[in-house]
Design a protein around this ligand. Structure first.
Ligand code: SF4
Length: 723
């Protein structure tokens, strides 16, 4: 039995039901409370961090993006005298950096040089013309210029598009160099043949060939009669001449790359490669396939001709039969990749429903998917799916399909992952970038950067990358990137505070999923503020509460530490519904840790397997992997009643989560895809929880079988999106 002395009844009732009763608890709605660990970051503009970013020109192997701070540090290293002498310039440069950061956070747009000038003029107006001159002079020593980006909802698309352009420009340079070499070689062959032929020995041709100041010293009619004797009509056989001319025409008229670097401001290719939806990109790819086949065929013929290796008896037949099936991944890799930046509000649009299918089909496409609201889709929300899967879990589902590059990150971490972005965009196959931009809901007390950082810090949206081409083991392909304390359940920071006796103390404090939800005012109903006089020993920090087994957990009430505008520390208790979501978040994080080799004993069998069998082997057997990709090819599932409980087994990528809920109720078939093994082995609550946990939303809970099961009204509401 619970100790009611230690745990006031109203706190217990709130934890179990989410209802505030009596005057011992207060709502957190409308307060200025933030999680205690975030309090030092409230004035973000005053702190140096990765944002804003500057989109740089990545010519000559330079980086495609720089942080403003890194540019200013590099400039100061170059121009500020060492020691005290340079101190003044350093101080003013940092002042200007803060000014630009604040401008950009308030919506200012432009290039770094423009924003620099404006900020320098303002500081000059405040502190003297000399300062303005010094700062403008220092600005001339900054090593990169380009559009400046704040950490906003628009930033990921601007950044990825810019990085894609840099990758495309590099590819264009290589492609044009190859093409020019082949065009020159074929032209040389034709020119040489012409000069040895009767046509090439006509007076006019000889005169043109000799050129220069000697033109008038020769009698070209006489010369023609002498050298033209015995010259063949055409040195090239007709078939070869035709082949060379046709090949040359195809090479010279290609429309995939412009004649000069797109980044240099002139010349766009005939075809556009940037789309805002999957269907349009897939359609464009299909429509251009014929042109790709024709160009690859021409390049292959030209390569053989250039080396003198074309053998008609052998190659004519090969090139006659050359079609889309003949294209290899190497061939496609020479062409521009298709970039799809899906606007955050179009994730569940029909034109994007084939995303996973498109990625698993190997199309040379790079896709940016942005999740603008992690909690709306979580189980504590209404249940709302994009791409047939929660977009926050999209990257995990794509990774399960194998054969591609996958990067998941919050927007705040994209600069730190710039090398991985470049790698993903340069890879030969498909790539998925799943980003939480961090633009919080209306009324959020946090800047988008902080919201995004909190999502990563709290494990609500951890960063990871998966590169199918990076080696033969799971360990070389998967990286947990720079999540803080990646070997622990939660990120731990030190929380410094003063106690009631004004003694300075410092304690380790976990930043959990619950802290992240607390930043979102829409979910204030899951929290209640407990006055200090009602604190008691049975209250436990959220992370400690989650570490307890169920019987122990019922003896305690979980709380998080929050700080108000006056920096006063408060305890806020949390309801059971949100704690359940936190458990699920932790479970997903632990799955990722296993992929990353954390908790070695669980990961070892995965890490040591060869790549061919390694993509999520514990969860995704080779036979099951294409299941989602091939969903379109599967026979349509028979029509089902809303009241029936069932799993769309053919689409199951074997993530195992349903069996974690109840492995007697759910099992795998011979293809290691989930089905309901025994509906009587569990409760309706477990069916609903499994449906909420399922990465691809294929568990349909139907109607409850037991009308007396507790909490049915609530469970039916939760089940509704899945029925
Ligand atoms: S049905 Fe089960 S195993 Fe299959 S994806 Fe859903 S939760 Fe994972």
């Amino acid at each position: 039995m619970m100790d009611m002395q230690a745990k006031p009844q109203d706190q217990l009732i709130f934890h179990l039901t989410g209802k505030c009763q009596g005057d011992g608890l207060a709502s957190t709605a409308g307060t200025d409370l933030v999680p205690a660990l975030l309090a030092p970051y409230r004035d973000l503009d005053a702190l140096r961090h990765d944002f804003p970013l500057v989109l740089a020109q990545a010519t000559d192997g330079g980086e495609f993006v720089r942080s403003l701070s890194s540019l200013i540090d590099a400039m100061l290293k170059d121009v500020a005298p060492r020691g005290i002498e340079g101190e003044r310039l350093r101080r003013h440069a940092l002042q200007l950096e803060r000014e630009i950061r604040s401008d950009v956070a308030q919506g200012a747009r432009g290039s770094l040089s423009e924003l620099w000038e404006q900020a320098a003029a303002r500081l000059g107006a405040r502190e003297g013309e000399t300062l303005e001159k010094v700062l403008l002079h220092a600005g001339g020593a900054v090593s990169a210029d380009g559009e400046v980006l704040a950490c906003s909802q628009q930033m990921p698309a601007s950044l990825i598009r810019h990085a894609w352009q840099s990758a495309r420009d590099a590819k264009a340079r290589r492609f044009r160099a190859d093409l020019s070499r082949l065009v020159l070689r074929l032209s040389d062959i034709l020119r040489a043949a012409q000069s040895h032929s009767q046509a090439g020995r006509q007076p006019a041709s000889l005169k043109a060939a000799l050129g220069g100041s000697h033109k008038d010293a020769f009698d070209f009619d006489m010369l023609s009669r002498v050298v033209g004797k015995g010259a063949p009509r055409d040195e090239l056989p007709a078939a070869r001449r035709k082949r060379l001319e046709q090949t040359l025409a195809v090479l010279e008229s290609q429309g995939f790359f412009a004649e000069s670097d797109p980044g240099q401001g002139d010349g766009e290719s005939e075809f556009g490669f940037v789309f805002d939806n999957c269907a349009a990109a897939a359609q464009a790819f299909r429509q251009r396939l014929g042109a790709v086949v024709e160009l690859v065929r021409a390049i292959s013929i030209a390569e053989l001709e250039a080396k003198g290796h074309y053998v008609e008896a052998e190659h004519d037949l090969v090139f006659e039969a050359f079609d889309a099936q003949s294209l290899t991944a190497d061939d496609l890799a020479r062409f521009p990749d298709y970039l799809v930046c899906i606007p955050p509000d179009r994730n569940d649009a029909p034109e994007n429903a084939n995303l996973l299918e498109m990625l698993s089909s190997g199309l040379p496409v790079k896709v940016l998917v942005q999740t603008s609201d992690l909690l709306e889709e979580a189980s504590i929300g209404a249940g709302h799916f994009a791409f047939g899967v929660r977009s926050a879990r999209l990257a995990t589902a794509a990774m399960g399909l194998g054969g591609m590059f996958v990067l998941q990150s919050s927007g705040s971490n994209l600069y730190a992952l710039r090398a991985q972005i470049a790698r993903g965009l340069a890879c030969r196959g498909p790539a998925l970038f799943s980003v939480f931009a961090g633009a919080g809901p209306q009324g959020s007390p946090l800047a988008p950067y902080l919201t995004a950082a909190a999502a990563m810090q709290s494990r609500a949206f951890p960063a990871f990358s998966y590169d199918a081409a990076a080696g033969s083991t799971w360990a070389t392909r998967f990286s947990l990137e720079n999540n803080p304390n990646a070997d622990k359940d939660w990120a731990i920071e030190s929380l410094a505070y003063m106690d009631t006796a004004l003694q300075r103390l410092s304690d380790p404090c976990a930043f959990t999923f619950v802290d992240f939800v607390f930043c979102d005012p829409r979910y204030a109903r899951h929290f209640a503020l407990v006055p200090r006089k009602r604190w008691h020993d049975a209250m436990l920090p959220v992370a400690d509460w989650l570490a307890l087994g169920e019987p122990d957990a019922t003896q305690h009430v979980p709380y998080l530490l929050a700080v108000d505008g006056q920096d006063v520390l408060h305890r806020v208790i949390v309801d059971a519904r949100l704690m359940q979501a936190a458990r699920r978040c932790l479970l997903l994080w632990q799955r990722l840790q296993e992929h990353g080799g954390v908790h070695e004993s669980q990961a070892r069998p995965v890490v040591d397997q060869p790549a061919g069998q390694a993509a999520l082997p514990a969860q995704v057997p080779a036979a099951a992997k294409p299941a989602v990709a091939d969903a379109a090819a599967q026979p349509a599932a028979p029509a089902r009643s809303r009241d029936e409980a069932w799993i769309d087994t053919a689409r199951c990528p074997s993530c195992n989560e349903c069996q974690l809920v109840n492995d007697r109720m759910f099992g795998y078939d011979e293809r290691k895809q989930a089905f309901i093994k025994d509906i009587t082995a569990g409760t309706y609550r477990q069916l609903v929880e499994a449906a909420e946990s399922c990465q691809v939303a294929i568990i349909h809970p139907g109607q409850p079988r037991n009308p007396d099961e507790p909490g049915l009204a609530d469970l039916l509401v939760r089940a509704e999106p899945f029925r």
